[in-house]
Design a protein around this ligand. Structure first.
Ligand code: ADP
Ligand code: ASP
Ligand code: MG
Length: 408
């Protein structure tokens, strides 16, 4: 009998009726003789509601307490899902993350899973139970409740699948697979039957929130068979994440377009062009635990240069404060600018490795649309640009067309 892990996201468990529908889906799999572990998210919108509630108590809530609060959303849905299964005559038990010993590090609100003690789950599975685990959470070595970052239930599911050596990890969501780009932005986006692990990792980390990046990393590390499919349609194979090397296969140059709207750009103008300057700017930012994404330094003229980097929009004010208080004087910046009305767009594809001219086609397409690019960064299988948020839709749509993704 094979073990299957099935994860249902927020929209899939958004109401009692939807939870009952999830239970029916799970019951069908269980009655086919599979051992099922279900991972559930909080009801759609619930995590945001809980965060807002915490912020009513203090402006920047203590991360430890924040985790106790936001983890409750998933506890509710896990209990409700178990009840819905029991009501269908299926033996089911729900557990919070710490009960099945999902051990994490101590980084509250963005903890990483270090170990899972799967004995309890295995015992229940062997006794014929469907085990329902609350996603998004674990506990540290001292028993403090931790959460895994937004979208973290995906990671709970993949980590459990790895620990249990499951046959497959199925991520049920509100779309029927991975598309060439977010189908909510571009209606012509096409569903992919498969995507390579490398491409999925780039797509996720560059903003396609259909899977949390950590979940893809886990799948890669432990070779978990990972599939994304629809909660609402009964048919369809979804999209499978493959590990094969597609080097010799016929494949498109660009496989997908990812974007992210919640970044902010900060620039220091007229700083001295000398060794150590990047460290003097980014050192204090790193000390404040702020993640920096893209970094660009211009070629200097007359001994002066400009330095630009991006952070998450939520960190913009904090970063600006650090730059003004701790950095500006020190590095003698003429001016510091910030902009949170930007977006990052990336084209991704393993086919780029063996194709020249991808970048020029991208830049030509954007130029023809009159879209200005402020920052560019490239790697072997992706090209990212920063542009104004208001041109994002036009940019994604025109690139989707230029790279023929609708016929992928
Ligand atoms: P869940 O609540 O099930 O975890 P999410 O909202 O986190 O669901 O992720 C699903 C959403 O991801 C889709 O509704 C879609 O808008 C978005 N998305 C972004 N990029 C893609 C993509 N390339 N393919 C499919 N969905 C995508
Ligand atoms: N409920 C959490 C969130 O909204 C985790 C998840 O849904 O995966 O981010
Ligand atoms: Mg999600």
């Amino acid at each position: 009998m094979s073990i299957i892990v099935q994860k249902f996201g927020g929209t899939s468990v958004a109401s009692p009726e939807k939870i009952k529908a999830v239970a029916e889906k799970v019951a069908k799999f269980a009655s086919n003789g599979n051992k099922i572990v279900v991972v559930v998210s909080a009801m759609s919108g619930e995590t945001n509601k809980l965060i807002k509630l915490a912020e009513k108590m203090m402006r920047s809530p203590e991360p430890r307490e924040m985790d106790s609060i936001v983890s409750t959303g998933e506890q509710v849905t896990s209990g409700l899902t178990a009840l819905a299964l029991i009501n269908l005559g299926i033996k089911a038990k729900s557990y919070a993350g710490h009960q099945v010993k999902i051990l994490t590090n101590k980084s509250h609100t963005k903890a990483r899973i270090e170990n899972i003690d799967s004995k309890l789950i295995k015992k229940d599975l062997n006794n014929g139970y469907v085990v329902v685990v609350a996603g998004f959470q674990g506990s540290d070595i001292e028993g403090n409740i931790t959460t895994l970052g937004r979208g973290g239930s995906d990671t709970t599911a993949v980590a459990l699948a790895a620990a249990l050596k499951a046959e497959e990890c199925q991520i049920y969501t509100d779309v029927d697979g991975i598309y060439t780009t977010d189908p909510r932005m571009v209606p012509e986006a096409k569903k992919l039957d498969s995507i390579t692990f490398e491409e999925m990792l780039e797509m996720a980390s560059l903003g396609s929130k259909v899977l949390q990046t950590r979940a893809v990393e886990f799948a890669g590390k432990y070779k978990v068979k990972l599939r994304v499919l629809s909660s609402f349609h009964t048919s369809g194979e979804g999209t499978i994440i493959t590990f094969e090397d597609k080097k010799n296969m016929e494949e498109p140059i660009v496989s997908g377009i990812a974007f992210i709207k919640d970044e902010a750009e900060l620039s220091l103008l007229g700083i001295p062009d000398m060794p150590g300057i990047a460290y003097q700017i980014l050192g204090p930012v790193a000390e404040a635990n702020i993640d920096v994404d893209m970094i660009i330094q211009n070629i200097g003229t007359d001994g002066l240069t400009d330095f630009t980097f991006t952070v998450h929009q939520n960190d913009m004010d904090k970063t600006l404060n650090i730059l003004n208080k701790k950095v500006k004087q020190h590095v003698k910046a003429r001016e510091i600018n910030s902009d949170n009305k930007i977006a990052k767009l990336s084209i991704v594809g393993v086919g780029m490795r063996s194709n020249v001219g991808v970048a020029s086609k991208m830049f030509r397409t954007l130029a023809e649309e009159g879209i200005n690019i402020s920052t560019i960064s490239t790697s072997e299988i992706k090209i990212s640009v920063i542009l104004e948020e208001k041109s994002l839709k036009k940019a994604v749509t025109s690139l989707h067309k230029a790279f023929n993704l609708a016929d992928a």
